[in-house]
Design a protein around this ligand. Structure first.
Ligand code: NAP
Length: 320
């Protein structure tokens, strides 16, 4: 089969399309014929060698794929050949024509969700769910600021929050991105590049502030968004690419809290709940991943450059 291989850590050009042996499923394993692969910012950190977890070289990147079960190993009972699935991590890497998974890593993909959308499910939607419900304990009637709503995690958070009865304020850096965020269910959109946008957010909440802030770029924003919090507000740090200075008094005076979160360390019981929520939301149409761009698998390096550029519009997906 063809697969993207990383033989050394480095810039996007280290992603090479190579021929590798087809994997075969062993006891408890599932082989998936990949129809689409989701590109996540973390894939680029791992490729560069700057992530908390460094895989042994050479490796095939990627957690998120959608496709059809090709074969199963002994003992597998939850899926059978021909089933449509999305993956939540893999054993051999998602950027490939075939990917080997444990049985626990494959999950049913409802018919109404395309393979390209299925590749946009796991990391973005699981992250958004965990941040909103398992960290911030979002409740209907509250107001959430999705700070960075035009990308993969942001769109997912907007859809989840809207379906759960929150008032949703989303931000995006382009007109096209903000329009899409409105279409996906935000009640209000704001340009996070406009000089006066923090004041605009406060006025959208009637001066009260947001109950929840989902922060996609904490190194740039954490110091300033704390003053947007309502009493007992919660910030969930989802993304950060450096350090930041904050004034602790901004949270003390509000009885507020800052939560860190990483999908990588989510306990199995929470992950089980997450997958149930993802399936239910996809099945009834509340969750509709937005695929902004599809590229052939051979253009993985272009996809890695694009996912780090400004002007996000949902997900970038690779097609083997
Ligand atoms: P993405 O699709 O590339 O989207 C990035 C988002 O950040 C876009 O909405 C972008 O808006 C926005 N953004 C850019 N500049 C901003 C600013 N100054 N203020 C606020 N938002 C800004 O990435 P993603 O997949 O949604 O992931 C978002 C972040 O979360 C990444 O850093 C990723 O590594 C991290 N993440 C963490 C976890 C975890 O477990 N903690 C899981 C998944 C992702 P425009 O492009 O429209 O300006």
């Amino acid at each position: 089969m063809k697969a993207i291989r990383v033989n050394e850590f480095g810039p996007a050009e280290v992603l090479r399309l190579e021929n590798v042996p087809d994997p075969r499923p062993d006891l408890g394993q599932v082989l998936v014929r990949v129809k689409a692969v989701g590109v996540n910012p973390a894939d680029t950190y791992i490729r560069a060698g700057s992530y908390a977890v460094k895989p042994a070289l050479p490796f095939t990147p990627g957690w998120d794929a959608a496709g059809v079960v090709e074969a199963i190993g002994d003992g597998v009972t939850r899926v059978k050949p021909g089933d449509r699935v999305y993956t939540a991590g893999t054993l051999t890497g998602a950027y490939a024509e075939l990917t080997l998974c444990t049985e626990a890593q494959v999950h049913p993909l409802p018919e109404r969700v395309s393979f390209a959308q299925g590749a946009a499910v796991y990391v973005p939607y699981a992250t958004a769910y965990r941040a909103l419900f398992q960290k911030a304990h979002a409740a209907a009637g509250e107001t959430v600021l999705v700070h960075g709503a035009s990308g993969g995690v942001g769109v997912a958070a907007v859809q989840f929050a809207r379906a759960a009865g929150l008032t949703v304020i989303g931000t995006g850096g382009t007109e096209k991105g903000r329009q899409m965020v409105l279409e996906q269910g935000a009640h209000h959109v704001v340009d996070h590049r406009a000089p006066d946008y923090l004041a605009k957010i406060i006025s959208l909440t009637g001066g009260r502030g947001a109950d929840i802030i989902l922060e996609m770029l904490a190194n740039v924003n954490l110091g300033k968004v704390l003053s947007l919090l309502a009493y007992a507000g919660r910030v969930v740090v989802i993304g950060s690419r450096g350090t930041v200075e904050i004034n602790p008094r901004d949270i003390m005076g509000r009885d507020a809290s800052i939560h860190g979160m990483s999908l990588l360390v989510a306990p199995p019981a929470q992950l089980a709940g997450i997958h149930r929520a993802l399936f239910a939301g996809m099945e009834n149409g509340a969750l509709r991943p937005v695929v902004g761009r599809e590229l052939p698998l051979s253009e993985a390096s272009q996809a890695h450059e694009a996912v780090m550029e400004a002007g996000a519009f949902g997900k970038i997906v690779l097609v083997p």
